[in-house]
Design a protein around this ligand. Structure first.
Ligand code: GSH
Length: 225
């Protein structure tokens, strides 16, 4: 059976977790405790030398990088497809995915590390608003980025946007996006995978701990293991 190395509090691993559940692909969960530094242990580094979750092993194939895993799952498992056939709809799904991945994900760190009165935090919130306005236009009158059907774009953008909401960004500023988030949260899989307030606090502590760990210390940890 497919082995899935993840941590339920890792947003990038959660993308894959949601896809596995939405596509009803059976898997053996392998939880990696990032707070305890399990990602730096030799057996995990043999799977991912960059000490990151998610990783999957399927039929002897090891795949890392969340977006590569999503594409692999979609191409291998036909149940509950998460990519539309229509080319303009596919472009929208990919744009939602890429904008969330390349523009939004890095801003999550600032929401955690900056103090409420910092200028950087105000700038981060302006950038998030710009991204959500763009995604709102992209969504137009559709229910999902895949049109009528839920897609990989909804998974990648949805998980990141819901997290910004939990980290203090006011989602009601962009009405269409707030309604789409509510739509996602009506799905059973999302209710099962989204962190509660206590888990968000643990996630923040873990990120703060990893930020404190300097690059030098990380290299030493990897070399020691
Ligand atoms: N580009 C990778 C990044 C994965 C990543 O950054 N994972 C974080 C959790 S969200 C992690 O494992 N951090 C542990 C560490 O850096 O030591 C992906 O998309 O899969």
């Amino acid at each position: 059976m497919l082995k899935f190395y993840y941590n339920p509090l890792s947003p990038l691993a959660r993308r894959v977790w949601i896809a596995l559940l939405e596509k009803e692909i059976p898997f053996t969960p392998k939880i990696v405790n990032l707070k305890e530094g399990e990602q730096f242990k030799q057996d995990f580094l043999a799977l991912n030398p960059f000490h990151h979750v998610p990783v999957i092993i399927d039929d002897g194939l090891r795949v890392l990088e969340s977006l590569a895993i999503l594409d692999y799952l979609e191409s291998k498992y036909s149940n509950n497809p998460l990519l539309p056939n229509n080319s303009s709809q596919l472009a929208k799904v990919r744009m939602a995915q890429m904008v969330a991945n390349n523009e939004l994900s890095s801003l999550v760190i600032s929401l955690i590390s900056e103090t409420a009165d910092s200028l950087k935090l105000a700038g981060t919130k302006r950038k998030i608003k710009r991204i959500l306005d763009f995604l709102s236009e992209l969504l137009a009158e559709d229910n999902y980025f895949g049109g009528d059907s839920f897609s990989l774009g909804d998974i990648v953008a949805g998980d990141a946007i819901l997290l910004t909401g939990k980290l203090g960004f006011d989602l009601s500023q962009v009405e269409k996006i707030e309604c789409w988030c509510d739509r996602l949260m009506q799905r059973e899989v999302w209710q099962q995978t989204q962190p509660n307030d206590e888990q968000v606090t643990i996630f923040k502590q873990t990120v703060q701990q990893l930020i404190k760990l300097s690059k030098k210390e990380i290299v030493a940890k990897v070399e020691q293991s």
